[in-house]
Design a protein around this ligand. Structure first.
Ligand code: GRF
Length: 190
């Protein structure tokens, strides 16, 4: 299954996805990484791992940039999209086009703490257990069907940064697992 990854930042999850796909026995092949941020750290990592990259700046009218991304994804024959720290809300049009073919990784146990500040809100709420969720993408943010979750304990003295670091460690195996699961499913439905 040909995979496209969208990023906005460091790309640590993206790196784990590429590395898993490059392992023997994987049903996934990462064929392109697209960033909406020109100097996203992930772009350099992808290039080192010999994956084609593209920079598609987001546009005021959401649909415009999203259409450009779709064009690139189709050009590379992408069948599955992984959102690995892509920090823009996608247009309804784009989400519909890729329905059931797009997954996201979120740093909380959905449906708790949806949105862009999940870890900060987790700390503020004082909960003692959190984690990460891999889920299908639907138009409502962080509301799609849950594919997999992993638990992380909140420790006394945790800050947003320390907690997010430990959550990301779990994301780094959960998300590649979810990608493989989706690839197997997509192959079965071919
Ligand atoms: C991850 O914590 C992910 O859950 C969230 O954004 C972060 C991306 O980090 N959506 P990275 O760019 O993969 O390092």
């Amino acid at each position: 299954v040909r995979v496209g990854i969208l990023i906005s930042g460091a790309g640590t999850n993206m790196q784990k996805l590429i590395e898993r796909a490059q392992k023997p026995g994987s049903n996934s092949e990462v064929v392109v990484v697209i960033s909406n941020i020109a100097d996203a750290g992930g772009l350099e990592i992808a290039q080192k791992l010999e994956v084609t990259t593209a920079f598609v700046p987001h546009t005021k009218i959401r649909e415009e940039g999203d259409m450009k991304m779709s064009e690139i994804l189709h050009l590379h024959g992408v069948e599955l999209i992984c959102l690995a720290g892509y920090m823009r809300i996608l247009s309804g049009q784009f989400v519909k086009e890729w329905e059931n073919k797009m997954i996201n990784i979120h740093p909380a146990l959905l449906p708790a703490f949806r949105g862009g500040h999940a870890v900060r809100e987790t700390i503020a709420a004082g909960v003692k257990v959190t984690g990460c969720t891999a889920h299908l993408v639907v138009e409502e943010v962080d509301a799609g069907q849950i594919i997999a979750q992993e638990v992380v304990r909140v420790e006394a003295g945790d800050t947003e940064e320390t907690l997010h670091e430990r959550i990301k460690e779990k994301e780094h195996t959960l998300f590649p697992d979810a990608m493989e699961l989706m690839s197997v499913q997509l192959l079965e439905n071919k």
